[in-house]
Ligand binder design. Structure first.
Ligand SMILES: Nc1ncnc2c1ncn2[C@@H]1O[C@H](COP(=O)(O)OP(=O)(O)OP(=O)(O)O)[C@@H](O)[C@H]1O
Ligand SMILES: [Mg+2]
Length: 213
């Protein structure tokens, strides 16, 4: 489903991705790991079509994520490392994703409740005024509610309390079904039950890629 070919991305003189080649197929549930600055977020942003590569490229189901952004993103759920500075209230954000990305509002509420996010009493609160953990819970609820065959998470649990983490992993496990999951994490022990492939990056390269049963 995702093919990364000879992908190089530089920022000035700094090489953040150094000729990356990899392929992610249906039923690959991947933990993407590596030291701070290894290039994990850069790889994910390139897969999502945020960055123009200096060389090589990405294909998602045969489509270029830069040229065919809208079509490619239709089937991807993504939670970024840092929540975006959204000025909308929760109810406006839900309306926005329900119209713009066809996400079922009732499902968002369902997953929010499962994650113990009190969505009903916070409906009119601005997203950016929510606590760090509440923002992440809402973004996770939307990601689970959205129709997808690719789920990309960039350290989504950083601000979650231990109970919320357990809730999240339980829901994610239920949601696994013929998909690609690309999960950036520094805590392998948390996702070991969910993933079947472990990829390590260092200095912009993939240094190990192991399938585990
Ligand atoms: N927009 C940018 N402009 C300039 N340099 C960037 C940009 N994004 C990333 N970099 C650089 O690319 C390198 C890789 O960064 P990246 O964010 O991909 O690392 P990471 O593996 O996600 O690290 P972390 O675990 O800290 O999130 C770093 O040296 C970083 O400074
Ligand atoms: Mg990162």
């Amino acid at each position: 489903m995702i093919k990364v070919n000879n992908l190089t991305k530089k920022f000035g003189e700094h090489i953040s991705l150094d000729n990356i080649n990899c392929e992610f197929k249906k039923n690959d549930y991947i933990a993407l790991m590596g030291a701070n600055g290894a290039g994990k977020t850069t790889l994910i942003r390139s897969i999502l079509g945020y960055y123009h590569p200096d060389n090589g490229g990405v294909l998602i189901n045969g489509l270029d994520p830069i040229k065919e952004r809208v079509k490619v993103l239709e089937n991807i759920s993504f939670v970024p490392q840092l929540p975006p500075p959204i000025k909308l209230s929760i109810s406006e954000l839900m309306q926005y994703v329900s119209v713009g990305a066809n996400v079922d509002k009732q499902k968002i509420i369902h997953y929010a409740n499962e994650m113990k996010l009190d969505i009903k009493t916070n409906m009119n609160k601005s997203f950016f005024k929510l606590s760090g953990g509440m923002k992440q819970k809402l973004l996770i609820a939307i990601s689970l509610a959205k129709q997808n065959n690719i789920i990309i998470y960039d350290e989504p649990t950083a601000n979650l309390d231990p109970k919320a983490r357990d809730d999240f992993y339980r829901l994610l496990k239920q949601n696994e079904d013929e998909k690609v999951l690309l999960f950036v994490t520094h805590r392998l022990e948390e996702v070991e039950q969910i993933v079947n492939r472990q990829i390590y990056m260092d200095l912009g390269k993939i240094v190990s890629d192991e399938v585990i049963s």
